[in-house]
Design a protein around this ligand. Structure first.
Ligand code: GDP
Length: 287
């Protein structure tokens, strides 16, 4: 179970079927384009795929292989993982997208690779979020830094990074606020948190992950753009892919934002976060 069942067995299954016919006539190409758009891929990307299918078909390639090639090309944005200790990961995104859960899963992933992890509860606005994160930290047996409700989130971040520096920890994962109703303040707060993290450890945050809920489709994309405008997002975590048949949104997101996907969330449990690999993903979608 790779968590992509719904997307694979929805629109993409029908695309696969159409591509397996002997001839790829204009009717079936049109139908394919429609299905790709229904998968939330975005009309621009869908059109690009169709053009490639027309073009490369003449060169004698299998249509399904052409489709895979085009889709991998879209997702394959190179990224570098900078060397830093502590390696500070700031996780941003709107409340409800799965930020806290993602951080819990990430801490498990990092600690199971032998890293000493510190979690920083900087969403000081939501007592429940802090408590949820504390539970995750206990589950993953990692350090947890928090202050009282309403504390300055930048102060918590500073504490956590200093703690990591002085205790020789490997990774700090920072949970940030994501309330939407006071958006401009939120973005200012995030910028401040990042500035202060940089003071506690030069060059940090080393990675800024933007969490996007796959089930919110184009809406999630609009919100994501706001975050991209405000802070230097280096990677995307696309959550709840298991809960949608419209996983084609991943192509629209990458194309629109120009930021690589680093992880996908495919369930609610601690092991349900997968480091993202474009080829593996596309193969899973079209097999
Ligand atoms: P936050 O408000 O952004 O911190 O969101 P939470 O981490 O509290 O997650 C909101 C809800 O989404 C919770 O019920 C999570 O269990 C659920 N969730 C998070 N990630 C995933 C995922 O990848 N798949 C599924 N099915 N549910 C998820």
């Amino acid at each position: 179970n790779d968590g992509l069942k719904r997307t694979r067995e929805g629109f993409f299954k029908r695309v696969r079927k159409l591509l397996s016919f002997e001839s790829l006539d204009s009717d079936s190409l049109e139908e394919i384009e429609e299905l790709l758009i229904l998968s939330d891929m975005g009309s621009e990307t869908a059109e690009e795929v169709i053009e490639a299918l027309k073009d490369r078909k003449d060169k004698g390639k299998e249509p399904i292989e052409v489709l895979k090639e085009v889709l991998v090309e879209i997702l394959d944005i190179p990224f570098e993982v900078p060397q830093a200790r502590p390696y500070v990961v700031s996780v941003v995104g709107v409340n409800g997208t799965g930020k806290t859960t993602t951080i819990g899963k990430l801490s498990k992933l990092y600690s199971s690779n032998g890293n000493k992890v510190v979690l920083a509860a900087c969403d000081t606005f939501r007592a429940a979020a802090v408590e949820q994160l504390r539970i995750w930290s206990e589950r993953a047996n990692v350090d947890f830094i928090s202050q009282g409700q309403g504390a300055d989130s930048a102060a918590v971040a500073f504490d956590a990074v200093r703690h990591a520096v002085s205790k020789g920890k490997d990774v700090v994962i920072v949970d940030t606020a994501g309330r939407l109703h006071t958006r401009s303040n939120l973005m200012e707060e995030l910028k401040k948190v990042h500035r202060v993290i940089g003071k506690a450890s030069p060059g940090a945050p080393n990675e800024v992950l933007l969490v996007i809920d796959a089930t919110t489709g184009q809406n999630g994309l609009v919100q994501a753009k706001k975050f991209k405008e405000a802070v230097d997002v280096t990677g995307i975590v696309l959550t709840k892919l298991d809960g949608t048949a419209k996983g084609g949104i991943i192509f629209a997101i990458v194309k629109e934002l120009g930021i690589p996907v680093r992880y996908i969330g495919v369930g609610e449990k601690e092991d349900d976060l997968k480091p993202f690999d474009s080829r593996e993903f596309v193969n899973a979608l079209l097999s």
